[in-house]
Design a protein around this ligand. Structure first.
Ligand SMILES: Nc1ncnc2c1ncn2[C@@H]1O[C@H](COP(=O)(O)OP(=O)(O)OP(=O)(O)O)[C@@H](O)[C@H]1O
Length: 342
């Protein structure tokens, strides 16, 4: 047998397995994965692209806020993640649940065991004729939890949310903020791994909103529940580690809060806004940047030592810095212009 004959050609399957091992699936270690998510609504013959290739990863134990202008796709995303809606294309996974391919029975089980919800309208979260404790105990009763354990957990959850004093009150005897904190306890009754909250402070004033957002933070910190909160509330980024902005159905930027320790040992929090580069290499430039330099249609890109420069397709005000790795500039045409050039 000569040496050439002993080298075995790897099969296609082996090559694929090796490639997967090297790169891993997108977000394989994340708890929540949205990969190029598309949701198109058909309404009276008109197509609305509510999600346009949205990427999002949320790690187990994170507290993430999703913000964006009205119509940017926040509620659509939450409907998909909560198993109420199925996207048109892309991939979406929460823990072991593949939300694209679940049967309706699996969908019910997913909503019962994996996730909890808090909605904007308090009436949707709590039953008006039950007390605080009874409201929290109710989902546990449906799940077959014994009475003693139900009462113990309901009392504990109301205490964690700072509304232990609402145990015997009905929702009508609570403020809007108290009702929402009881609603968070209800959502956590059967110990979901993830809590989704859709505009939980939408009907509240700013002081009460603060208490509800702090309630979500406490739940995240003390119970380890992963929390995703969709909100218009401009004050939310003070309460969460990550704020993800959605624009036109895509994640456009993130504010990340990091705690730094000074030399004297004191801690301070630094919030930094970062643009999000999606898996296709797209990045959304903030409108103020585009307007400041009149960036429309074609732009020039250049790869520098440590960054990429971008400027209008006109005589550049400043030439690319010498020493850039790419001496030639790259002109990016819009799809329509590319079409016209063909
Ligand atoms: N059922 C539907 N049929 C048709 N279009 C829809 C439907 N639901 C949402 N849309 C459209 O999809 C886009 C995204 O809507 P979505 O409700 O997700 O935005 P949002 O960011 O949650 O807005 P808001 O903050 O006002 O609730 C909008 O243009 C909206 O009009």
């Amino acid at each position: 047998m000569n040496a050439v004959q002993t080298i075995e050609e790897p099969t296609l399957g082996a090559l694929e397995a090796r490639a997967r091992q090297r790169t891993g699936d997108f977000g394989e270690h994340a708890l929540i994965v949205c990969d190029s998510l598309v949701r198109i609504y058909q309404s009276e013959g008109v197509e609305v692209q509510a999600l346009q290739g949205l990427d999002l990863l949320v790690e187990d134990g994170e507290l993430v806020a999703i913000v964006g202008a009205s119509g940017s796709g926040k509620s659509t995303l939450l409907s998909v993640l909560s198993g109420l809606d199925v996207p048109t294309a892309g991939k979406v996974r929460v823990g072991p649940w593949d939300l694209m391919s679940m049967s309706s029975a699996q969908r019910v089980e997913y909503r019962r065991s994996m996730v909890g919800f808090v909605w904007q309208q308090t009436a949707r979260n709590v039953v008006p004729y039950l007390s605080g404790t009874e409201n929290v105990a109710f989902p546990m009763a449906l799940a077959g939890v014994r009475r003693k354990e139900r009462d113990r957990r309901a009392t504990e959850l109301l205490e964690v949310l700072g509304v232990g004093y609402c145990a015997d009150r009905r929702p009508g005897q609570m403020s809007g903020g108290e009702q929402q904190r009881v609603a968070i306890a209800v959502a956590l009754a059967n110990s979901p791994q993830v809590l989704f909250a859709d505009e939980p402070t939408g009907e509240l004033d700013s002081a009460t909103s603060h208490d509800v957002l702090e309630g979500l933070r406490t739940v995240n910190r003390e119970l380890g529940t992963t929390v995703v909160v969709v909100t218009h509330d401009p004050g939310v980024s003070e309460h969460v580690q990550r704020t993800v902005s959605i624009r036109d159905g895509r994640t456009s930027s993130e504010v990340v809060r990091r705690t730094h320790t000074r030399d004297d040992g004191t801690e301070h929090v630094v919030a930094e806004e970062l643009a999000v580069l999606d898996r296709a290499g797209r990045v959304q430039l903030p409108r103020e940047y585009r307007e400041a330099l009149n960036l429309v249609g074609r732009v020039r890109l250049a790869l520098e030592e440590s960054h990429v420069s971008l400027w209008p397709d006109r005589p550049a005000p400043t030439a690319p810095r010498p020493g850039g790795r790419h001496s030639a500039t790259h002109t990016q045409a819009t799809p329509a212009e590319q079409e016209a050039d063909r």
